[in-house]
Every structure is written in structure tokens, then in C-alpha cells.
Design a protein around this ligand. Structure first.
Ligand code: ADP
Ligand code: MG
Length: 253
């Protein structure tokens, strides 16, 4: 479990995150939403120690984050960044990187590691891509490989920054379904999502980040009722009861 309390962060003296208090709870999918530049990526980077907070405290599984080294953090939290370089290696090797935090030098993969990698590729619906070079994959296929790498890390907390980018609608829904499955296994899953209807229908809780501050935190029901979405995004929000529960949609205001 990751607990952020009054966390602020800045770039070159300019504040990007203001006093955010938020807990990433086991067994839940938390969607982080907000307009561009609202601080969503900064929040994840700060939560995992890539950016030092200027105020506040971060506690990871009971320990202060600043007392843990990168390997210890990576054993507990996997993080799928919004953008990354594309190496010229096979997808399988890329997913193997997810095992690094669990290995000591010299790194030797065991059969168990290889099996975990295959399982992660299967879960991400990407096993057939295993022997392709990551460089030759489409954006959506790459996204699945990065997802598999995060799964191979086998952490209790999973942070994904826009994991549905580049994916077609069926694969976007698969990512949400996978997030729900991981949460059902007891993991804390945090997704930065741009698609508000998808976030409202798929997450247990939503955090709305606006201008670096937490504008709202609550269940989809609470967020819908609060009127924060129209206020923050400048769109009208409606919902419809369906056999799959409430489905939401946004329209011009
Ligand atoms: P979001 O992910 O919600 O779109 P970000 O967290 O990326 O927003 O950015 C929050 C703010 O911090 C923005 O004003 C952005 O311009 C600024 N910012 C983000 N990354 C950097 C960086 N590496 N250097 C300087 N400013 C940055
Ligand atoms: Mg971002």
C-alpha cells in the first residue's frame, strides 16, 4: 500500500503537485483523471521516488519511501511510464526486465522466472509477440509488452500512466478488465486514464487532479454526484443504467 500525505513536487522551482493526500489501496482500482498538465504523471513519478517531494511524506508498505533504495521500491511497485524509449530487443527479453528487481548479480534467470514471464505475456494477451523485436511492434502491441513487463514484476502495487493509449477499444477494455482482475487478487492498481466514461465505469475510486491539486476523490457515484467533472473539464456528463451497471458519457456543455 502506498500512502501519500500532503505531497508536493516541482520542476525547476515551478510547483506541479500541491499538497496531495491519497492512498493507493490494495484490492482497488483507482483512476487518476484530469486535464492535460494537471499533474497526473508527476503524481505517479513522485509516488515511486523518481521525483523527490518538496513537502509531505510517502509511506510504502509501512516504510518511508525515502528509506528504500530503487530495487526495494521496484520489488513492491511496478510503474508503467507514459512514454519510454524503444529498445532493439525481443518482447520476451523486455518482459524479462520485470524480473530484475527480484534478482541479484550476476543475473541468472531461473525456470521460475521464465514461467512468470510467459504467464505475464499471456495475461497481457501478447504471447504471440514474444519473439518479435519490440522495435517492429505497433504502438498498441508495444503497450501490451510494457504491461506484461509490469505484471512480470509481481508487485503488490501497480501504477500505469495512460496504459490504454494506442490501444483499440477492445484492448482498452481488456486493460480495464485486467486491472479489475489484479485488484481482485488484492493488488493496488492505479491507472491514469483520459477516457472519463471508462474511468467512471471501471474504477472503484477516482482522483481528479486539476492544476496540481486533488480536486476530488471518491467513488464513481460520488464523483458523478459532485458535479466536479463538468466543472473541471467543461463538459456535460450523463449516465444510463444498463445491464452492465451505470454507463457514463460526456457531451459538449
Ligand atoms: P499530466 O500528466 O496530468 O498531463 P504532468 O504531471 O505531466 O501532467 O505535468 C504537470 C505540470 O508539470 C505541467 O505544467 C507540465 O508542464 C510540468 N512538467 C511536467 N514534466 C516536466 C518536466 N520534466 N520539466 C518541467 N516541467 C514539467
Ligand atoms: Mg501525463
Amino acid at each position: 500500500m502506498l500512502e501519500l500525505s500532503h505531497v508536493s513536487a516541482e520542476y525547476f522551482g515551478k510547483t506541479a503537485l500541491r499538497e496531495v493526500s491519497l492512498t493507493f489501496q490494495p484490492g482497488q482500482v483507482l483512476a487518476i483523471v484530469g486535464p492535460n498538465g494537471g499533474g497526473k504523471s508527476t503524481l505517479l513519478k513522485t509516488a515511486i521516488g523518481l521525483l523527490p517531494p518538496t513537502t509531505g511524506t510517502i509511506i510504502l508498505d509501512g516504510s518511508p519511501l525515502k528509506a528504500l533504495n530503487a530495487k526495494q521500491i521496484a520489488q513492491k511497485v511496478s510503474y508503467l511510464p507514459q512514454s519510454r524509449s524503444v529498445p532493439d530487443i525481443t518482447a520476451r527479453r523486455m518482459v524479462m526486465h520485470g524480473r530484475f528487481p527480484h534478482m541479484s548479480y550476476p543475473r541468472r534467470y531461473t525456470d521460475a522466472d521464465r514461467q512468470i514471464v510467459i504467464e505475464a505475456l499471456k495475461q497481457a494477451d501478447a504471447l504471440e509477440l514474444a519473439d518479435r523485436s519490440v522495435k517492429t511492434l505497433s504502438g498498441g502491441q508495444r503497450q501490451k509488452i510494457y504491461l506484461a513487463m509490469a505484471l512480470a514484476q509481481q508487485t503488490g502495487t501497480i501504477l500505469m500512466d495512460e496504459p490504454t493509449t494506442y490501444l483499440d477499444i477492445a484492448h482498452q477494455l481488456q486493460v480495464i478488465a485486467l486491472a479489475r482482475k489484479l485488484a481482485a487478487q488484492g493488488k493496488a492498481v492505479v491507472l491514469v486514464l483520459h477516457d472519463l466514461p471508462m474511468a467512471l465505469a471501471g474504477a472503484d475510486r477516482l482522483a481528479v487532479l486539476h492544476k496540481g491539486a486533488l480536486a476530488a476523490l471518491g467513488t464513481p457515484e460520488e464523483i458523478y454526484a459532485s458535479g466536479i467533472i463538468p466543472k473541471t473539464f467543461g463538459v456535460a456528463l450523463y449516465r444510463m443504467q444498463t445491464e452492465n451497471g451505470w454507463q457514463y458519457y460526456c457531451c459538449p456543455q
